[in-house]
Design a protein around this ligand. Sequence first.
Ligand SMILES: NC(=O)C1=CN([C@@H]2O[C@H](COP(=O)(O)OP(=O)(O)OC[C@H]3O[C@@H](n4cnc5c(N)ncnc54)[C@H](OP(=O)(O)O)[C@@H]3O)[C@@H](O)[C@H]2O)[C@@H](O)CC1
Ligand SMILES: [K+]
Length: 481
Amino acid sequence: MRLFTPEAMREADGKAAAMGYPTLLLMEWAGMKAARVYRRLFGKAPAVVLAGKGNNGGDGLALARHLLLGGVPLRVYAASGQGGDALQMRQALEALGLPLLPLEEASWREGEVLVDALFGTGLKGPLEGFYAGLVDRVNASSLPILALDLPSGLPFSPHVQATATLAFAALKTPHLLYREACGKLFLAEIGLPQALLEREDLPEVATPQALRPLLPKRPLTAHKGSVGRVGVLGGYRGDGLRYAGAPLLAALGAYRMGAGLVHLVLPEGTPLEPLEAVFHPVPAPALPPVKVEALAVGMGGGPWGKAWALEALKAGLPTVLDADALHLEVVALYRQAGVKAVLTPHAGEAGRLLGAPPEAVAQDPLAAARALAETTGLTVVLKGNPTVVAEGGRLSVNPTGNPVLATGGTGDVLAGAIAALLAAGLPPFDAARLAVYLHGLAGDLLAEERGVGLLAREVAEALPRARRALEKGLGLPFALV
Ligand SMILES: NC(=O)C1=CN([C@@H]2O[C@H](COP(=O)(O)OP(=O)(O)OC[C@H]3O[C@@H](n4cnc5c(N)ncnc54)[C@H](OP(=O)(O)O)[C@@H]3O)[C@@H](O)[C@H]2O)[C@@H](O)CC1
Ligand SMILES: [K+]
């Protein structure tokens, strides 16, 4: 599944029209599916539809007709000046005898549901004046809000804070970059010719359909030496072993992602956990002779981070460089040596590597991940909401995960999980996007059950459940309608 920019989506709509596909059908399907989602979420609660003068408004008018025909009480406030398909939708609604009210008079009361059909992909800049005021009033209403295609105003502010958003034809960048504004996310197929949606040049939205085939198979003859062994190198002797837990969590992440054996290389004095690991306490960063297929390096390394990474480089194995191992100099050496490496920075670390402020990275994570993959020549997992995986010209945007994962140690678990998949033989891009998806899904499963207050080790423990869900093709964090 591809992630469209609003421009790319408009281009696809235009191409459909140029191919002779009647775009009125797209709008009819959009309205029909939107009415279906409305009924699913709100039953027969009375609707107040706010319709702009463009095609997004046209979708709203089509939805209004389907609600009317379905017996849902409603009022429609519409901008004037529709043309094309939207005008036909207006006429169809009026022909059924529903008078449209002027948008300027829009009002609502307790118990009603707002439908935001003001602006979609055609918005050209921030809302101002009347529309900015309307959006502020909508947000202050405390009524449920169903946004059609995009919460109006995105990607700028002000924008509608929706309870649910129904995207048409494809997800667009704002759906994943402004997840919070979208509320519960739905995606409706509206009959757009499939060929127009297959755009290899656009980023991927990671889905179970794409990722399931990547899951390493485990044959009957499998043994602990055949399914991927991981070496974890991290921790720092100083500061009273303050971050000693980080490599232990990476080991857990690796085991829970299916590693056959985890060798833990850590500073002397570190607690020896988990019991299932093979321990190599060392007085200073070193690479003991361990039989492994991949490494995870740098967690809790502090000032030892660079030394751990340089030691690990001697093995020449696929390596996850995390946290304190993320230095420009280290990264350049891995590239020079032709070692397959996955970098796992958060916005701050990525900013440091790119020489950019963390806010700029967080503002456009797709561009930042792409730039970092380009400058380093390595695979990049830019952690955030959403997490973006980049390699060469490829980008994969992860739709799973939630703020419940924002707790100490979850990044260490992820580093270990990626290493486990590298050890199982997956190429770095696949190991990264699969581990990121499952790690996020584990967090989603737990968030639903328990909410805030998770421990990183519990996320690790939930990885097998996430994996089982993916094996069944489940786990897409938005609903297809
Ligand atoms: N075949 C299709 O095309 C399909 C499209 N579909 C739907 O169409 C949507 C896209 O429709 P769209 O292109 O008509 O744009 P839309 O989001 O309604 O907004 C346009 C209006 O906004 C105005 N405007 C712009 N910026 C502004 C600003 N800053 N502040 C104030 N006004 C501003 C602009 O004014 P103008 O520039 O013309 O003066 C114009 O009036 C898409 O999201 C999906 O819902 C589906 O039905 C499937 C088939
Ligand atoms: K909208």
